[in-house]
Design a protein around this ligand. Structure first.
Ligand code: AMP
Ligand code: MG
Length: 339
């Protein structure tokens, strides 16, 4: 398959690109498109054949369902049973990085939902994405634009390296705004739950979903027992990766094993350690850390060092999402027996 690339120029008309991308989706093709979280690989959510192409391109297991994107809250009935929709919070949160578990509309292909009768729906805060979906005329199933198990795609150069020849079109709109995926909320069960922390933090949602909880998702950098999810590696670079607190990392850096590692760390920690470093940004700006996280995990594979170690961050605000992703990509430093 030949992959075309269209670069969007800030400030100029996107009309041609919107029409072209929508046309490819209508003819059953797959398109990498920008959102405010990370880039998605989109297909017609009503077509099992089109959705299958996403699974093939990513090498994604079929039992991992896809998020379905709509152009507005008014169109949510195209994806979900409207009786299951919590309109009030969604009016405040959409468009935005919030995905919501709902009862599936019968037109959504079971290929998107791993055969379940629920569907996760989102309305992205990105003009191109919403116009493309509106022009296509159907909801668009879209997971992140990366090979399954690898860090999500938030930069087109990284995406191209994995997806060239596997998708019909890539729309390049520059670096993603948040760089970390949406928060997924399940409002169906009591109490409502955060299924995946993301760009919206628990604190942003507490007043909108009464009694909302975020359980069993915490990952600590201290080597304490881990959630079962830690068994699985996601977002993974090729180098074995460990996570530790800044104090653990300083100690490791001074130890005889220190030069075996490349260090993925904040600007602040970087000043206190020697060796190969990949800088995430300032510890005082967790949004900056989030937006650089996936590109830095990819950079780790390009720098010398047999192993990688990444700094842990406070689990407040978007920090919960950062630590959730790091926890899936890395093992606690304590596991090396070197601290
Ligand atoms: P990704 O597209 O890789 O960012 O991940 C989408 C996430 O949404 C995955 O963790 C899926 O398991 C989850 N998801 C999608 N649809 C459903 C659903 N119907 N029920 C539960 N989780 C879902
Ligand atoms: Mg993903």
């Amino acid at each position: 398959m030949r992959t075309e690339i269209i670069r969007l120029k800030p400030g100029s008309s996107q009309e041609y690109a919107v029409k072209y991308a929508a046309e490819i989706l209508r003819s059953g093709g797959i398109v990498v498109f920008p959102t405010e979280t990370v880039y998605g690989i989109g297909a017609n959510a009503y077509s099992a054949d089109a959705v299958e192409k996403i699974f093939l391109a990513k090498g994604r297991p079929h039992d991992n369902p896809l998020i379905v994107h709509v152009d507005s809250l008014d169109s949510i009935g195209l994806a979900a049973d409207v009786d299951s929709v919590p309109y009030e919070p969604l009016r405040k949160l959409w468009p935005g990085p919030l995905s919501i578990l709902l009862k599936k509309n019968h037109d959504i292909s079971p290929a998107c939902t791993a055969g379940m009768d629920t569907v996760v729906v989102r309305c992205p805060d990105n003009d191109f994405a919403r116009e493309m979906i509106a022009t296509a005329g159907f909801p668009v199933a879209a997971p992140s634009a990366n090979v399954a198990g690898r860090p999500s795609g938030s930069d087109v150069q990284d995406i191209l390296a994995e997806m060239d020849g596997r998708v019909d079109l890539i729309i390049d709109a520059g670096k993603s705004r948040f760089g970390i995926e949406s928060t997924i909320v399940d409002p169906i069960h009591r109490p409502p739950r955060i299924l995946r922390p993301g760009a919206f933090a628990l604190e942003d949602l507490e007043n909108l979903f009464q009694g909302i909880v975020q359980e069993n998702l915490k990952v600590s950098g201290t080597g304490q027992p881990l959630t079962p999810g830690m068994k699985y590696r996601h977002y993974s670079p090729d180098k074995p990766l460990y996570v530790g607190t800044s104090d653990q990392i300083k100690e490791l850096n001074r130890s005889p094993h220190g030069d075996e590692y490349a260090y993925v760390c904040s600007r602040e920690l970087s000043r206190d350690i020697q060796g190969i470093k990949v800088e995430l940004g300032s510890r005082n700006d967790l949004y900056e850390i989030a937006s650089n996280l996936f590109t830095c995990l990819r950079k780790l594979d390009k720098v010398p060092g047999k192993l990688g170690v990444i700094e842990s961050f406070p689990e407040r605000g978007i920090g919960a999402a950062i630590m959730n992703r790091i926890g899936k990509a890395a093992l606690p430093l304590a596991c090396t027996g070197q601290t």
